[in-house]
Design a protein around this ligand. Structure first.
Ligand SMILES: Cc1cc2nc3c(=O)[nH]c(=O)nc-3n(C[C@H](O)[C@H](O)[C@H](O)COP(=O)(O)O)c2cc1C
Length: 324
């Protein structure tokens, strides 16, 4: 059975990608994911925020120690070197240890400061970069137009800096989501990941403190990404990968039928261990056998909005007569 798929010009032995998380932050864990049948690995993100905070600390220390801040460039450079070294070590170590594509991940907001890192990530051997870019649209001083423009500016800068494929992992917090996905898909990125899952706050009513809400997704969380993969499948200028709520092989099949080139999994691997990828691959293989498909291309997108017999169903949003 041929489970191969092309994603961002990379040949994947399986459409199941281990998504960026704490499970992809060491060579040992990455080896286990490959042994379990992952088609590619997205490394734990390097965070712009972490770098900037550490940067500020070093500047404070330097100032307190009476260091001439004209040497700012030196500290700046030195800091970047240190932070990135462990990340480039992870890329190099992973590339030596496994044969599946290694996708580095950068978490960023508005700043461009980290872009010089991308070059080093490419030099370290990463097969692609996934840009995990998000700012909650709660900044009342920026219009939606300004917020959206930032995505294009960052992508443009990154495209000028590296020649490996770039994927953009986005949220669904856009005022005109379909149009934004389409525009982003034509911005030069090779892939779009729909969608990221974020830390969300909850309130503890006993202690009256803020606590994290559910960190891991559940199978029901598949619906949002499934709808948008199906709607956008034949309208975009790049590959689509599905993320959020893919917990089993059936969810993988659904996303491929909707039109995804690949799926990403994280929560299910936290819950079930890396071997869950093998279970998912087995379910996919079995289903393909039952349906008489020899390769993914034979059925991918068969249930996209464009191909569906009732395309309107993907745009239905009200429960008009569900319990009547
Ligand atoms: C504990 C944890 C850590 C994560 N860390 C990252 C990260 O560093 N970068 C990133 O892009 N996504 C990160 N994610 C998001 C996952 O890659 C994934 O997009 C999200 O969890 C939805 O997929 P899932 O339903 O399979 O968990 C993290 C998720 C979890 C649960």
């Amino acid at each position: 059975m041929d489970l191969t798929t092309d994603y961002m010009g990379l040949k994947l032995s399986s459409p199941i990608i281990a998504g960026s998380s704490g499970l992809t932050n060491s060579v040992e864990k990455i080896q286990k994911l490959e042994q379990s049948g992952a088609g590619a690995i997205v490394l734990k993100s390097i965070f712009e925020e972490e770098i900037v905070f550490e940067h500020e600390d070093i500047l404070k220390e330097a100032e307190a120690a009476g260091v001439d801040l004209d040497q700012f460039d030196y500290y700046d450079f030195h800091l970047k070197g240190e932070k990135l070294n462990s990340y480039t070590d992870l890329i190099e170590g992973s590339k030596d240890a496994v044969s599946v594509p290694i996708i580095a991940s950068i978490n960023c907001t508005y700043s461009h400061e980290w872009i010089s890192f991308a070059q080093q990530i490419e030099e370290a051997g990463a097969d692609a970069i996934e840009l995990n870019m998000f700012f909650l649209p709660s900044d009342f001083s920026r219009s939606s137009q300004e917020q959206e423009n930032m995505y294009f500016k960052v992508v443009e800068r990154l495209l000028d800096t590296v020649s490996i494929p770039i994927a953009l992992k986005i949220s669904y917090y856009f005022s005109s989501l379909g149009q934004m996905i389409k525009r982003l898909s034509n911005s030069g990125v090779a892939g779009l990941v729909l969608f990221n899952r974020f830390f969300s706050p909850d309130i503890d009513i006993d202690t009256l403190k803020i606590k994290p809400s559910f960190v891991l997704s559940s199978p029901g969380d598949l619906a949002i990404s499934l709808r948008w993969i199906a709607i956008m499948a034949n309208k975009v200028g790049c590959d689509l990968a599905a993320s959020t709520g893919v917990h089993n092989g059936n969810a993988v099949i659904k996303q491929l039928l909707a039109g995804a080139k690949a799926v990403q999994v994280a929560s299910s691997l936290y819950k079930n261990g890396p071997e869950q990828i093998r279970v998912m691959n087995d379910t996919l293989t079995q289903w393909m056998e039952n349906k008489g498909h020899n390769s993914i291309s034979e059925f991918r997108g068969k249930m996209s909005q464009e191909a569906a017999s009732n395309p309107a169903v993907f745009e239905r949003v009200q429960f008009m007569k569900y319990f009547s």
